[in-house]
Design a protein around this ligand. Structure first.
Ligand SMILES: Nc1nc2c(ncn2[C@@H]2O[C@H](COP(=O)(O)OP(=O)(O)OP(=O)(O)O)[C@@H](O)[C@H]2O)c(=O)[nH]1
Ligand SMILES: [Mg+2]
Length: 141
């Protein structure tokens, strides 16, 4: 798997998706600080949501090949500023999460938030059911 930086709002499913991608058991664990696992940097959602943490995301992005912006399909509001991907040096892709508990319209809204953030490539997944995870894993290989 490429070296990745996972960025998304609190509870959007970053850690659960990482557990799924790494073939581990799914268990809830609030991310309290940035950490690296198998070359993937997982970040607390607060780093995106609280402005004074944001530069830490940018610094971390210098270590990776790809930034993965995640947006939960269950959250109607956008969590990213328009053009947010320009904040990072490496390329970015967008991932809509929790598609198992969202309507097609909600999935579309989350995808549009990611597009507005600057992601031109968007995948849809459920870490819980595994839907779309194989496609994502292939993209990240
Ligand atoms: N239904 C459903 N629930 C999910 C999915 N992915 C994550 N969740 C749930 O959403 C909650 C938050 O998931 P996390 O993976 O901890 O979210 P996070 O983005 O790492 O959150 P922070 O560490 O707080 O930034 C947990 O209760 C997960 O079980 C999914 O694909 N489908
Ligand atoms: Mg987490």
């Amino acid at each position: 798997m490429k070296r990745l930086l996972l960025v998304g709002g609190v509870g959007c499913g970053k850690t659960t998706l990482l557990q799924r991608l790494q073939g581990g058991e799914l268990h809830y664990a609030k991310t309290g600080e940035m950490y690296t696992s198998g070359g993937v940097i997982d970040t607390p959602g607060e780093y995106l949501e609280l402005p004074w943490f944001k530069h830490a995301l940018r610094l971390a992005s210098f270590e990776v090949e790809l930034v993965v912006l995640l947006a939960s399909a269950t959250v109607a509001e956008g969590r990213f500023q328009p053009g947010f991907t320009t904040f990072f040096m490496p390329p970015s892709i967008g991932v809509v999460t929790k598609v198992d508990i969202a309507t097609p319209a909600e999935i579309k809204v989350a995808g549009n938030h990611l597009r507005l953030a600057g992601a031109t490539e968007i995948l849809e997944v459920s870490a819980l059911t595994g839907a779309g995870v194989e496609e994502l894993a292939a993209r990240l290989a």
